[in-house]
Design a binder for this molecule. Structure first.
Ligand code: MG
Length: 267
């Protein structure tokens, strides 16, 4: 089940795959170094929209992993990238934290809290969520009936090391859907095809020649397989080898790895 070839591009989930919390996972540094030696392109993914890509760059650097800003793709990158390309004229109401609002502003996306002007209610992982924001979303979606609902990422909760976690974007989407009856029509995080599309657009590599590496079957692995990539499940995070049997055959990982270094063929 371990790869015997080099891929044309390596796409890595970060938490649970490269590091766990603030700890680098064993063999991650040497694995990345061997890929870098060959000049093979690398991308680092996260569904978390509460951090700017530069913060991930800093985190990777602090763990001893040099990277480029263009290699970091989180849901701020995919959300603003899609909006700019497809709905550049839309007025957005972001229910999110300052990094999301900054990213939208930098992308030139108009924002408003006036329900009569809002075209897109953009739900996100927002630890300052409150009734006032729900009311604006309600008015834009249900009363004015002009807006649509999108979300940065589909996660129910964000897990922390040690077993705790925080309610994530799906809980805010659910609150808005419950009062308006309007369904979220688009999300920009794993396992959405939109995320993989943004990544592949930035790489000069066919999907069949790229591998998605992650610790979660239903997000990382499912997304890679649906996009026509090979996918490697690394058993250092969320999913266990025995969970694979519960997944539909077409969504199963191509490779199952005990440690990240098993991703690469022998020297
Ligand atoms: Mg992960």
């Amino acid at each position: 089940m371990e790869p015997t070839r080099w891929y044309g591009a390596y796409v890595f989930d970060m938490d649970g795959t490269i590091y766990l919390g603030d700890e680098l996972l064993p063999t991650a540094a040497q694995t990345l170094a061997r890929i870098r030696e060959r000049g093979i392109p690398v991308r680092f993914l996260s569904n978390n929209p509460t951090k700017a890509p530069g913060q991930y760059l800093e985190k990777l650097a602090n763990l001893g992993l040099p990277a480029e800003l263009s290699e970091i793709v989180n849901t701020l990158v995919t959300t603003t990238g899609w909006l700019k390309r497809h709905r550049g004229d839309a007025v957005v109401f972001p229910i999110g934290e300052p990094p999301l609002k900054r990213a939208l502003a930098e992308a030139g996306i108009a924002m408003s809290e006036d329900p009569a002007k809002i075209d897109i209610v953009l739900a996100s992982y927002d630890r300052s969520f409150e009734y006032r924001k729900l009311q604006i979303a309600f008015d834009a979606l249900w009363f004015h009936k002009r807006a649509v609902l999108m979300s940065t990422n589909p996660d129910k909760f964000c897990p922390f090391p040690g077993g705790r976690g925080e309610p994530d974007c799906a809980s805010i989407v659910a609150a808005i859907e419950a009062c308006t009856g309007v369904k979220c029509e688009r999300t920009f995080g794993k396992p959405s095809a939109l995320m993989v599309q943004v990544i592949m657009d930035s790489l000069d590599v066919a999907a069949a020649d790229a591998v998605m590496v992650g610790d979660r079957l239903m997000t990382d692995i499912a997304m890679g397989r649906l996009a026509g990539m090979d996918a490697a499940l690394v058993l250092t995070g969320d999913s266990r080898a025995e969970d694979v049997a519960d997944v539909a055959a077409e969504l199963r990982p191509t490779h199952i790895l005990e440690r990240l270094s098993d991703l690469l063929p022998e020297a």
